[in-house]
Design a protein around this ligand. Structure first.
Ligand SMILES: *Cc1c(COP(=O)(O)O)cnc(C)c1O
Length: 497
């Protein structure tokens, strides 16, 4: 299996090269040249394996330059009881009639990003060895809150790597900020940006593709890579849990092999839902992929009209990990939907960079409508959804998952579709205590962060993850705040070049 760039189909690299580079030199994203197909029997067999082996099976289709031993080295280390609180790794909560919560937040940082970022460092170091890379890898991360912490935990003290994370100063929850500022490890750095997530991500992308920076880095024996979902090594682990959960539902007798399901995903950078799209095209039977957004609803409008327009107000919401106006992974979807038309992708993403807007062809609009349904909701509706789910099922979900719950309700009301449905539950409610507690109690409370955590524990009966409880007394190591224009200088200075 080789990988092409969305902006140049002639680029052809191995998975080890795609993972170490992160992004193609032309600014495009790496995409596998075909989507491997699984038979229904193969999917059923996945249900008989433990999670690490399910992952290894899926990776064997994409990382064909890795040996079996290399793949198992990665999966056995990443998906073990030492990193995840639940044995199943991706736990399915059966709550509603025919609706399943796929809880992806039982890893060390309590968000679904751990599913990929626990394994990415193993992929990366294994890839670097395979291609005889003699450079130290510098991971640059832009985060809307959860990727940063998950990447820091994944890469801390990993030999041959260092990691630097940028987050929007006022764009993350207090717990997310605390998680990053207290990060331990000798090879880690964290810095706040006076701007929003898009500013952080644009800055990082610009540094990645800056020729002068690249040269200076090379001279210093360093190279950049990415832990954002622009890196294929971040995306491929996310395909696993959709295949895994389908197989699990078959095994549990909740669905028959071959039955279609819907998948609802609370969406920001379009990585998680793109992984669901890949799982569908590999062979799990899916009716609709439901894309749920908060009031930063650029994707809702795009899927419904075919016009992507980021020229709009940016809102800070109670679901900050989805406060994004430029969804990077859409580029991969559109590359696939245009039949790998790199020219049209260059045109559209050139327009996005220059005018903030592009419109896709009628053919692509039709395909979007066939595959996806999109909806959005505001903060009040998000909190009402948390309250309603708690009232009805005694289940406490976080703000991002609540957006998915609300949009799924809207979908059912609009379509009458009764297909069984998996909702991707993307974070622990304890990461967003203020909004979650306000939703549960029906009003704001001015008790401190950890008092809120304790109160949620009383109400939800959900154990407080040790990783969050432990942060209470840790000292804050990282307090830098910079202007967005200074990001490049900051990186060079931190690296000592
Ligand atoms: C990152 C994140 C999302 C959005 O996922 P994308 O892959 O960026 O679309 C949703 N919820 C939570 C909790 C997240 O951390």
């Amino acid at each position: 299996m080789f990988y092409n760039s969305t902006r140049n189909s002639n680029v052809k690299v191995s998975s080890a090269e795609a993972i170490t580079q992160g992004i193609s030199v032309d600014g495009g994203l790496f995409v596998p040249e075909s989507i491997p197909a699984l038979s229904l029997e193969e999917i059923r067999a996945v249900g008989e394996m433990k999670y690490a082996d399910r992952a290894a099976f899926v990776f064997s289709k994409y990382l064909t330059d890795f040996t079996d031993a290399e793949i198992h080295y990665c999966t056995d280390n990443a998906y073990s009881a030492k990193n995840f609180e639940t044995e199943s790794i991706a736990e399915i909560a059966h709550l509603f009639d025919g609706t399943y919560m796929l809880e992806l937040w039982h890893g060390p940082t309590c968000a679904f990003k751990d599913m990929a970022l626990q394994i990415l460092p193993y992929f990366l170091t294994t890839s670097a060895k395979k291609i005889n890379l003699d450079k130290k890898i510098v991971i640059l991360v832009a985060t809307s809150g959860d990727t940063g912490k998950a990447a820091l935990e994944g890469f801390r003290d990993v030999e041959g790597t260092s990691i630097l994370v940028f987050y929007p100063e006022d764009g993350v929850s207090p717990m997310q900020k605390r998680q990053m500022k207290t990060q331990e490890g000798e090879n880690v750095g964290v810095c706040a940006i006076k701007g929003n997530f898009d500013d952080c991500q644009n800055g990082v992308k610009a540094i990645f593709t800056d020729y002068d920076v690249k040269k200076q880095l090379e001279e210093a024996g360093l190279m950049f890579s990415s832990a954002n979902s622009i890196n294929w090594g971040r995306l491929v682990p996310q395909i696993v849990y959709y295949i895994s959960s389908y197989a699990e539902l078959v095994k549990d007798g909740e669905i028959e092999l071959g039955d279609k399901i819907n998948i609802v995903v609370p969406t920001g950078n379009f990585g998680n839902i793109l992984a669901a799209y890949y799982a569908k095209h590999m062979g799990i039977p899916v009716n609709k992929l439901i894309c749920a957004s908060n009031v930063n609803n650029v994707l809702t409008d795009f899927i419904n009209t075919g016009v992507y327009d980021r020229n709009r107000q940016f809102y800070a919401t109670v679901s900050p990990s989805m406060d994004i106006l430029i969804s990077s992974n859409l580029e991969r979807l559109l590359y696939l939907m245009t039949g790998k038309n790199d020219k049209i992708i260059r045109d559209w993403f050139g327009k996005l960079a220059s005018d903030g807007r592009y419109e896709v062809t009628e053919d692509v609009k039709k395909k979007l409508g066939e595959e996806f349904w999109a909806g959005c909701c505001n903060d009040e509706e998000t909190k009402a959804a948390i309250n309603a789910v708690y009232g009805k099922y005694s289940y406490t979900c976080d703000t991002h998952t609540a957006v998915a719950v609300k949009v799924y309700e809207d979908y059912k009301n609009a379509t009458g579709d009764a297909t069984k449905t998996i909702i991707a539950s993307t974070a622990s409610p304890y990461k967003f205590s203020a909004a979650v507690l306000e939703a549960l109690e029906g009003g704001k409370s001015d008790i401190d962060e950890y008092a809120k955590v304790d109160r949620i524990a009383e109400l939800s009966k959900l154990p407080v993850p040790a990783a969050l409880a432990d942060l209470k007394n840790k000292s804050q190591r990282f307090n830098d705040v910079i202007e967005k224009a200074d990001q490049k200088q900051y990186v060079l200075r931190t690296l000592g070049i």
